[in-house]
Design a protein around this ligand. Structure first.
Ligand code: AMP
Length: 597
């Protein structure tokens, strides 16, 4: 059965039929839905300062919109966004009040981007969530007979000078009535109590979610987190904490490190299964103390049918590790979304990771596509030549441009997508990559300029040793959990009797970390989702060998540039075979919730 099979006699429940019919209706009428969405947005926001600035004069048709409204990036909008953050309540982007800012993991000038949003957007996001399980139910039967162990987390919210909340989109969603007071749905029963999910202390939240997941291990039918890196972090947490968890289960008590009163009360007084269970504790102890953790997920949670995590884009690097821990369970990446807008879903969730495509739902926003030139000259495409959702061509790559109900107009998201086919008249896209991202472990996204700045700052520490960095490249090492950035350095030590000390090279690691953006520093300092940065000093001449290797494989000697990030195995092997010494950041980089600007 697949999404086209809506015959209720095939076991599809009435609620699911409605959701699947909605998907059919939207995708059959992709272009007309898009036309209507744009018209609605332009009517809703007709009296905004932004449209006034470009003399849109109440027009609601695509042609006028495209001819008058420019394609923009976050940096173009930043002055207006700052006004809103500082308390300007005039209708700059939207005639509906800005309800809060969603903080994106993308950064601008080293700080998280602030995305203004309106209350209605929550309904649109909830609608997209409501489509996920009906699709999944077509492929995996019986998910209503058990629970989901989903590691879901919130972060601390900040306030802008004007008093608006600024927080990640999922923190906003989990704190909303839409999530907290959701009606009972047998397909969406989580093992984690809401009190545990809403704890901002990530240790206490992870501990209590893991504890509840272990108590209910037989009931768990799917295990997940938002991104693959999050699920692996949970497995690492279990490796480090299983003795404490087993002790709690054996005795029916709760580790005193869990101090939050509401979650203590919930775990100890409200959950009937929290009571001494020595048999389960012994089982967990036996499994976790085995020397190999291969297949640990299915050993502890034997009824798991799939891992509910996103494994496309930067997360693809985690697929082998997930396979190792789960014995190769299916990895359906169910949706594609961002702080700016939720885009779409995967209609064939059981497909192989390399075949995952997302169908953008035409009701979510007005979507346009900038033809993507891998050589990087896409910016020159005239705004009038952006392609509409229904008109993209299979096999071509595009950058996503969105116009949202919240008031982003022709906004470049920064994602590069490739069209793989169509579902009815709606195109399906493979996520290719995020533009300009060199390194990523978790939600961090580090670009070439940021890395270069980090190298420049660290190099200053070498000047007293009359030493300079001749060449460098980088690598996101995800073999350990959490993963970490590795920087390969070739040095020119002018006075061999006074080379940089081990301690100074360690400090160089920290200097690079201090120069990276706030999402990276938060992940290091607060989230423990990235391990200390490492510098590997390589022998002199290594980068020349790297060039020789590239030329032997057909690179042009005139055009050769040192790749600033590597992940091709022979190159990694070459670099690693030339390593003279390794150095790690000795401390956590600085992070505060106060924005620099
Ligand atoms: P944020 O604004 O922090 O929520 O991050 C949104 C970005 O995460 C998107 O623009 C994508 O680059 C990335 N992303 C979200 N969903 C997926 C997915 N299913 N596959 C690959 N990348 C994704």
């Amino acid at each position: 059965m697949d999404v086209d099979s809506l015959d209720p006699s095939l076991g599809v429940c009435e609620k699911d039929v409605k959701a699947l019919e909605f998907i059919q209706e939207m995708t059959l009428n992709c272009d007309s839905v898009q036309e209507k969405v744009l018209e609605e947005i332009l009517i809703q926001n007709a009296k905004t300062e932004y449209f006034g600035r470009y003399a849109l004069d109440g027009a609601t048709d695509r042609l006028t919109f495209k001819s008058k409204i420019p394609v923009v990036t976050y940096e173009d909008l930043e002055p207006d966004i700052k006004r809103i953050a500082n308390g300007d309540k005039s209708h700059i982007f939207s005639t509906k009040p800005i309800s809060e800012f969603l903080t994106s993991s993308g950064t601008s000038a080293g700080e998280r981007k602030l995305m203004p949003t309106i209350h209605d957007e929550l309904d649109r996001r909830t609608k997209l969530y409501s489509l996920l399980m009906p699709v999944m139910n077509l492929y995996v039967p019986g998910l209503d007979e058990g629970k989901a162990l989903h590691f879901l987390f919130v972060k601390k919210s900040a306030k802008t000078p004007g008093g608006l909340l600024a927080r990640p989109v999922l923190t906003s969603y989990y704190n909303s009535e839409h999530f907290k007071n959701r009606s009972f749905d047998p397909y969406m029963v989580y093992t984690s109590p809401t009190e545990a999910i809403l704890l901002t202390d990530s240790y206490q939240s992870m501990y209590t979610q893991m504890l509840c997941g272990l108590y209910q291990q037989k009931e768990v039918l799917r295990l997940g987190a938002i991104f693959a890196s999050g699920l692996l972090r949970a497995i690492r947490f279990l490796q480090l904490n299983w003795e404490d968890l087993a002790h709690d289960i054996a005795t029916g008590t709760l580790n005193p490190k869990i101090t939050d009163p509401s979650v203590r009360k919930c775990i100890l007084n409200k959950l009937p299964y929290v009571k001494p269970n020595p048999t389960l504790a012994e089982f967990i102890t036996a499994e976790c103390s085995k020397s190999s953790w291969e297949g640990i997920i299915t050993r502890i949670w034997p009824n798991t049918k799939y891992l509910d995590v996103i494994i496309t884009g930067a997360m693809a690097q985690y697929i082998p590790t997930l396979d190792y821990y789960s014995g190769g369970l299916p990895l359906p990446s169910t949706m594609y979304a961002s702080s700016e807008c939720y885009f779409g879903l995967n209609l064939k969730p059981m497909s192989k990771p390399s075949d995952v495509s997302y169908t953008i739902m035409p009701n979510m926003a007005y979507f346009e596509f900038l033809p993507h030139d891998p050589a990087g000259s896409s910016e020159t495409c005239p705004p009038s030549q952006l392609v509409d959702l229904a008109n993209v061509e299979v096999g071509k790559m595009y950058e996503l441009v969105i116009t949202t109900y919240s008031g982003l107009n022709r906004y470049q998201v920064g994602d590069v997508l490739e069209v793989t086919g169509f579902h009815n008249s709606a195109p399906q896209f493979r996520f290719i990559r995020r533009k300009n991202v060199l390194l990523s472990i978790d939600s961090d996204k580090t670009d070439e300029a940021e890395l270069q700045n980090g190298i420049d700052n660290a190099s200053k520490l070498l000047s007293e040793f009359d030493t300079g960095v001749v060449e460098y490249t980088s690598y996101a090492d995800t073999k350990t959990i959490p993963g970490h950035y590795v920087i390969y350095w070739e040095l020119l030590v002018k006075d061999p009797s006074n080379p940089p000390t081990h301690d100074v090279l360690n400090q160089c690691c920290l200097a690079i970390e201090e120069s990276l953006n706030s999402v990276y520093r938060y992940a290091r300092a607060c989230d423990n989702s990235i391990a200390p940065l490492e510098i590997r000093i390589v022998k002199n001449g290594t980068f020349e060998e790297l060039m020789d290797y590239a030329i032997s494989r057909g690179a042009s000697i005139n055009q050769y540039k040192v790749p600033r990030c590597v992940n091709f195995t022979p190159i990694m092997e070459l670099l690693d075979s030339r390593v003279l010494s390794t150095h790690f950041s000795p401390a956590l980089p600085h992070w505060t919730p106060v924005r620099k600007q």
